[in-house]
Design a protein. Structure first.
Length: 333
């Protein structure tokens, strides 16, 4: 009788162990077969902006490597936070991911009193895609040719000047706010629904300046519909090497770098994260794709900076870096 009871307990323990292990095995099996259908890359901004341009280029490369369609979907609103929120709440099965940037994944954590998502806890980092510069551009008849002339004119005429952005809390809005603060001016902000509309009114001469992503600015600079004044990161961009940075032009230490990266929902199986990372890295290694990114102002990321582990550490450092300047600026939503 006792032997029978021991055998019963052993069988029951084995069944319990198998039941506990089955979900893990099933998850591993799903990860090995992933992907079996189309994926969705959420771009949290409207078509025509840098996130959209970079996202579509990278999506093509990932699709080629995974041999599955990657559908780009623009989910706009709340300064890019709406699209991020959607992916944060999505099923962690690898079929929906988001392109994030310094605004939506680092600055946002301090800009909002209650951010709709935690950039660290609610996502699984995949890979850094590219670095990108922001540029200060002005209407073509603005009476300044460099940053020092801009500063002098802005200080003398700040009450009548206006700057545009893609909306409150966006990376270009914050960049201009930090620039104004560094210069010591207060200028009226005119928010638009998207980056294209914000730049169009600078081109039309209705708005004085914008702190716009270089991919969006490059065609207009080439066409001379806007005038470039400075790169707003510490160093020049390879995409526009003749334009000096704000730091070079006397605004010592001023640095508003921009970057783009891919994120999956938290709890996505590690095997899927790694597979998407490998597909992304393979795409970024294709010379034709690198050239497409360069044409829209995207600077290359070194291979040793493309791992999920590197992105996790990088993101934590970026969030910490932006705490002090954003709190000092007084910008909060």
């Amino acid at each position: 009788m006792q032997l029978s009871r021991r055998l019963d307990r052993m069988v029951l323990a084995g069944l319990v162990s198998a039941a506990a292990t089955f979900p893990l095995l099933a998850g591993a099996a799903r990860a090995q077969s992933w992907p079996t259908r189309a994926l969705t890359l959420v771009v949290p901004f409207s078509a025509g902006g840098s996130s959209d341009a970079i996202g579509r280029i990278v999506a093509d490369g990932i699709s080629n490597d995974l041999r599955q369609p990657v559908i780009v979907e623009n989910v706009t609103g709340a300064g890019g936070m709406l699209g991020g929120s959607r992916v944060a709440r999505a099923a962690p099965d690898g079929y929906q991911f988001v392109i994030g940037n310094v605004g939506t994944f680092a600055q946002s954590q301090w800009l909002y009193k209650k951010p709709p998502y935690d950039a660290v806890k609610d996502f699984a980092p995949v890979a850094l895609l590219t670095d990108e510069a922001l540029a200060l551009v002005v209407r073509k008849d603005f009476p300044a040719e460099n940053l020092q002339q801009f500063i002098a004119y802005a200080k003398a005429n700040q009450a009548k000047l206006q700057f545009s952005s893609s909306g409150l809390g966006g990376s270009n809005h914050l960049a201009c706010m930090l620039l104004n603060s560094a210069i010591g001016i207060e200028v009226t902000h005119v928010p638009y629904r998207n980056v294209v509309q914000a730049l169009q009114d600078v081109m039309a001469g209705r708005i004085d300046y914008d702190c716009v992503s270089l991919p969006l600015a490059l065609p207009q600079i080439a066409a001379r519909t806007v005038k470039p004044i400075a790169i707003l990161s510490k160093h020049r961009s390879p995409a526009l090497p003749d334009l000096a940075s704000a730091d070079e032009q006397g605004l010592a230490g001023f640095d508003v770098p921009s970057w783009y990266a891919l994120f999956l929902p938290a709890a996505t199986p590690p095997a899927i994260v790694q597979r998407l990372n490998r597909a992304t890295q393979a795409a970024l290694d294709v010379p034709a794709l690198q050239q497409r990114l360069a044409r829209v102002g995207g600077d290359a990321i070194a291979p040793d900076r493309r791992s999920p582990e590197y992105l996790a550490q990088f993101l934590a450092a970026e969030i910490k870096k932006w705490e002090a300047p954003i709190k000092a600026s007084g910008i909060a939503f």
